[in-house]
Design a protein around this ligand. Structure first.
Ligand SMILES: Cc1ncc(COP(=O)(O)O)c(C=O)c1O
Length: 399
């Protein structure tokens, strides 16, 4: 087998993801515990305010997952039973399942091999084929925004959707903080959804945020976030003239973010740009160290590196490599290096495949990407010697 001097040098397990809670997390959570009010209150409001300011939108609504944000967003955009919604196949099921929650049907889009993103060309072809599409869920895969804005080479995603009357919901689960041109991701489409799940770029344990500039979307999502009640509990208890009175105006959901989670989020938010910077340096080092490896294709980046959230670093094991992707995962695990496959595309998941009769041959970009793809550790607490060890090990296994 392979001679692994690298293993001798570093005997530490390197997980695929590792949370950094070395800021004000404990202090802010303590404040919440001492306040006597653990669910949605002042910390959540503060988190919403700061988040909206950071992404440059008028409104931000904190919820208990990105899935909840996607559901609320599509609902507020008016997606209904029988509607068609475009969704890339190279994503987590959350991006598409929310379409089903509303009784609508996802139409799956292929992605570009190098980036994992939909392109304006892919979108245009789908719009021609399905002119009645109601909305698009655009996924900023790995933290790199899709081409939202038009350029010299043609119209971007926003212009195409605008022209065809298609509403745009951004799935930015991977993309905080990230930029498109001179705008932060969060204010480009009709609404944008972020994830604060434990392995994301900032976390609240579980949590999400919906951002928008649109008052109608804000009003609808706010009511639907909390049982369809016309006033939130916190405002009822803190009003100058306390009042028990409230009304249920629609059948809403239970998606509010508790203050304990928002407290963690506020502390993470303070370090979001610092943590992004560290992930960028890790990515830069991966590019330097792995560029010479014939067995791997490295991710294609079409934006300045400082605009990228660098949530994922996805490499692709070429078919000609001396070990395939699945074996490489095992060999890396034996050497204490955690990795992940992001993603097995949705057209390969039995529910979507069988319900919609999906054929792998209709998704050549996603197929080529998924067969070899492997996400490497990229998080702020990944130490330099751990990073070098990962690169050394990949050279030894694949070189
Ligand atoms: C692209 C994408 N969208 C949505 C989600 C759902 O996020 P959450 O777990 O916060 O609901 C994820 C989670 O991994 C994701 O990767």
């Amino acid at each position: 087998m392979f001679e692994l001097q690298a293993t001798e040098r570093l005997r530490r397990r390197i997980p695929y993801a590792r949370v950094s809670c070395d800021g004000n997390e404990l202090a802010y959570v303590r404040e919440v515990l001492e306040s006597g009010w653990l669910t949605t209150a002042s910390k959540t409001l503060a988190f919403e305010r700061k988040f909206a300011e950071a992404v440059g939108t008028r409104f931000a609504i904190a919820v208990n997952s990105c899935t909840a944000a996607l559901h609320l967003g599509l609902e507020a955009l008016g997606v209904q039973a029988g509607d068609r919604v475009l969704v890339p196949t190279m994503t987590f099921t959350a991006s598409a399942v929310v379409v089903r929650y509303l009784g609508a049907d996802p139409v799956f889009l292929d992605v570009e091999y190098g980036t994992g993103l939909i392109t304006p060309e892919i979108l245009l072809a789908a719009v021609e084929r399905y002119p009645d599409v109601k909305a698009l869920v655009v996924v900023h895969f790995g933290g790199q925004p899709a081409q939202m804005l038009s350029s010299g080479s043609g119209p971007g995603v926003l212009e195409i959707c605008h022209r065809h009357g298609i509403r745009v919901l951004e799935d930015a689960a991977h993309a905080f903080p990230a930029r498109s041109g001179d705008r932060m991701v969060g204010g480009l489409g009709d609404a944008t959804c972020f994830s604060f799940y434990a392995n994301k770029t900032i976390t609240t344990g579980e949590g999400g945020m919906l951002t928008t500039d649109n008052e109608a979307i804000l009003a609808r999502a706010r009511v639907m976030r909390l049982h369809g009640i016309d006033r939130d509990v916190w405002s009822r208890f803190t009003a100058a003239k306390p009042s028990w009175e409230y009304d249920v105006v629609v059948p809403g959901y239970k998606y509010n973010m508790p203050d304990v989670n928002a407290a963690i989020g506020l502390a993470q938010f303070e370090r979001a740009e610092t943590m992004r910077g560290r992930r960028q340096r890790i990515a830069t080092r991966y590019f330097e160290r792995l560029a010479g490896l014939e067995a791997l294709d490295l991710p294609v980046v079409r934006i300045p590196p400082e605009d990228h959230a660098w949530h994922l670093f996805v490499v692709v094991v070429r078919p000609t490599a001396r070990v395939d992707r699945d074996r490489l995962i095992e060999l890396l695990a034996e050497r204490d290096i955690g990795t992940s496959v992001t993603y097995k595309p949705l057209h390969r998941m039995s529910y979507y495949r069988d319900r919609y009769g999906l054929e792998a041959s209709d998704f050549p970009g996603a197929e080529r990407l998924w067969r070899g793809c492997l996400a490497l550790p990229i998080y702020p607490s990944l130490a330099d010697d751990e990073l070098e060890y990962i690169c050394d090990t990949l050279h030894e296994l694949l070189g």
